[in-house]
Design a protein around this ligand. Structure first.
Ligand code: HEC
Length: 118
C-alpha cells in the first residue's frame, strides 16, 4: 500500500507536464514577414489572448486540435471556421460570439489562414 502511494506522484507527473506545456507557452516571437496584413496582426493579438493557451503558439494544438494541419473536423471553409469560433464546438471549444463579435472572429480566421501559409 505504501509503495503504491509513493507511485502516485509519478502517475500524475505526465498529466501535469502536459497541462503546463500546453498552457504556459511563451508568447509568439513576432514573425519576420514584413507584409502581414493589418487583419492578420489584429487576429494575432486576439489569438495570443484568447486561443493560444489551448491551441498552441502557432496553432499546432496541444490538448486541443491543430489548426494548421489542413484537417478540419468541422469543415475548412471560412464559414465553417467562423461557426466553430462563434458558436463553439461540443468537444470543449468555447463560443466566442459574445466575447469577440463578428469583426474580431474574422481577423482570427485571417490569422489562422496566415499560420497555415508559413
Ligand atoms: C478552453 C480551450 C480552448 C480555447 C480557449 C479555444 N479553443 Fe478552439 N477548440 C478547443 C477544443 C477542445 C476544440 C475541439 C472541439 C471538438 O472537437 O468538438 C476546438 C476546436 C476549434 C476549431 C475547430 C477545429 C476543427 O478541426 O474543425 C477552431 C477553428 C477553433 N477551435 C478555433 C479557436 C479560436 C480561434 C480560439 C480563440 C478565440 C479558440 N479556438 C479557443 C478548445 C479551445
Amino acid at each position: 500500500m505504501k509503495k503504491f502511494m509513493l507511485f502516485i506522484p509519478f502517475l500524475l507527473m505526465p498529466v501535469l507536464l502536459l497541462i503546463m506545456t500546453s498552457c504556459t507557452e511563451k508568447a509568439p516571437t513576432s514573425s519576420g514577414s514584413a507584409n502581414v496584413s493589418r487583419e492578420v496582426k489584429k487576429g494575432a493579438s486576439i489569438y495570443e489572448m484568447k486561443c493560444l493557451n489551448c491551441h498552441g503558439e502557432k496553432g499546432q494544438g496541444g490538448i486541443c486540435p491543430n489548426l494548421v494541419d489542413n484537417e478540419w473536423k468541422y469543415g475548412s471553409t471560412d464559414n465553417d471556421i467562423y461557426k466553430s469560433i462563434a458558436e463553439g464546438r461540443p468537444g470543449g471549444m468555447p463560443n466566442w460570439d459574445k466575447v469577440l463579435g463578428e469583426e474580431k472572429i474574422k481577423s482570427l480566421i485571417a490569422y489562422i489562414r496566415s499560420l497555415k501559409a508559413e
